[in-house]
Design a binder for this molecule. Sequence first.
Ligand SMILES: Nc1ncnc2c1ncn2[C@@H]1O[C@H](COP(=O)(O)OP(=O)(O)OP(=O)(O)O)[C@@H](O)[C@H]1O
Length: 244
Amino acid sequence: MFQIEDLWVSIEGKEVLKGINLKVEPGETHALFGKNGSGKTTLLMTIMGFSHYKVGQGRILFQGQDITALPTYERAKLGIGMAFQRPPTIRGVKTKDIFRVCAGGRISVEALAFEYGFESFMDREINYGFSGGEIKKSELLQLVAQDPKLVLLDEPESGVDLENLQLIGQIIRRLLEKDLRRVDRTKSGLIITHTGHILTYLNADVGHVMADGQVACQGHPMDILDHVKKSGYEECVRCLCPQF
Ligand SMILES: Nc1ncnc2c1ncn2[C@@H]1O[C@H](COP(=O)(O)OP(=O)(O)OP(=O)(O)O)[C@@H](O)[C@H]1O
């Protein structure tokens, strides 16, 4: 459903991604690991099509279509959605308005907010004065309203307390249809995580380790986490994928 072929990307003249290859099948959840600055956010932002991220070479394919040159809103319309690591505050726009844009009339955003105890935030300006955990919750509920086929999550658990982590986990499970059988699922996910805490709720299928703008290693996400926790990223890449 989603494939990246030999993707090279630069930001303001700096080459950040250097030949990424990645394939995510329908119903699969992939985890992205890697040291700070290894290029994880750049990869997600490029998939979403933000103009700051210049593709020098390579292709991004979504459901068989080459989307490399499509603008962000066209990608969103096709069914790609993203929750950001540090979403902006937008003064003058109410949270319920962005929820409505995401929902496009498909669902009642009031009912969605009620379901997750988010009603009191709907009349507030987007992210203005929200706590870190409230921002993450808002981002994920916007995605539920959008109902994308490919879900891109940049550190969804960062800043979230242990109690709310469970709720965040439930929302992501809903987004990725985790309560359906693997063969019945159509939604796919690509999730950046440093701690791996969110993976306890998700049963991710494949993990990728990024290093210096490349995918340096692939394996089972929990194996990768174990290796990283024990020996750090350098050792993990050497040990799990000696060919790199
Ligand atoms: N506007 C920019 N100008 C120059 N360099 C940039 C710019 N934006 C990002 N970079 C650089 O690109 C590299 C990759 O950044 P990116 O945010 O993708 O890393 P990351 O793996 O997501 O890191 P983290 O785990 O810290 O979030 C970093 O070295 C970063 O400084």
